[in-house]
Write a protein that binds this ligand. Sequence first.
Ligand code: PBG
Length: 314
Amino acid sequence: MIDKIRIATRKSPLALWQAEFVAAEIKKHHPDIQVELIPMSTRGDKILDVALAKVGGKGLFVKELEVAMQNDEADIAVHSMKDVPMELPEGFDLPVICERETPFDAFVSNRYAHIDELPKGAVVGTSSLRRQAQLLARRPDLEIKVLRGNVGTRLGKLDAGEYDGILLAAAGLVRLGLVERIAHVIDYNWLLPACGQGAVGIETRANDAAVSEVLKPLYHHETAVRVIAERAMNRSLDGGCQVPIAGFAVINGNQLSLEGRVASNDGQTLLQVSEQITLEETEVQQRVQAESLGCFVAEQLIARGAEKLLAELS
Ligand SMILES: NCc1[nH]cc(CCC(=O)O)c1CC(=O)O
């Protein structure tokens, strides 16, 4: 019997919100289990002055949390799925993906109500190559300026007048109660989200059946199927979150569709593939199908030159 669960989390307000959310859900379903947060800093939190793409290395935001689990200082780690490397290290599992918040990106500005209102040459803040590439594909005249730090830091830089507008995940702003800062949510047809964006995942030590059992009520199957498809695509393309890859899956009835994009950093080349399959009956079958749809979309992208594009970037 488990009487306590320790949650390793980053210290940013968004990470703490997500960990608190998981803690509250665990307590709701298991009133007798004690939950404790173990906040810690990761390398990704400490390196703030360089674009993430230049820092390199996978798992910048998760490694320290895994070490804490390995050392039995924590039992689970709560992550933004977007930040979780496609391949987990040996000894860890990701048994639970929670219900997704809005997966889209948001335009935030103190001066302009819409991206389309930005004048020629306006300065837009983002450190995501995915956002940069897709924005430049539509508006090659805009100037992209590095923007790092947690959500509050980024908003502070916007407010200090360093940018005409910035791009952030809408989910982070919603969770932090900052919806009013959103000028508009960006249509995914022209800014396709990152694989896993808006979804929270829970990592455990491998084969920790007791902890997995406790976490079961937090599992959201539809989100899991969508995120599995997106991540399988990303994995097959061998891309981390530091390359201009976008992937977005939706379920409509028994149809699972996945769109994937790979772009050059300047947005001049943008490859795009969309595929759809009919889902089988069981959850296990559907997860397997999602995985193969992701690989299939990746193959199509590779056939159109994605590998060459990504190789040129690294
Ligand atoms: N890379 C940082 C990060 N990781 C997850 C989110 C947002 C929340 C989410 O996608 O679940 C953010 C901030 C952002 O991209 O604006």
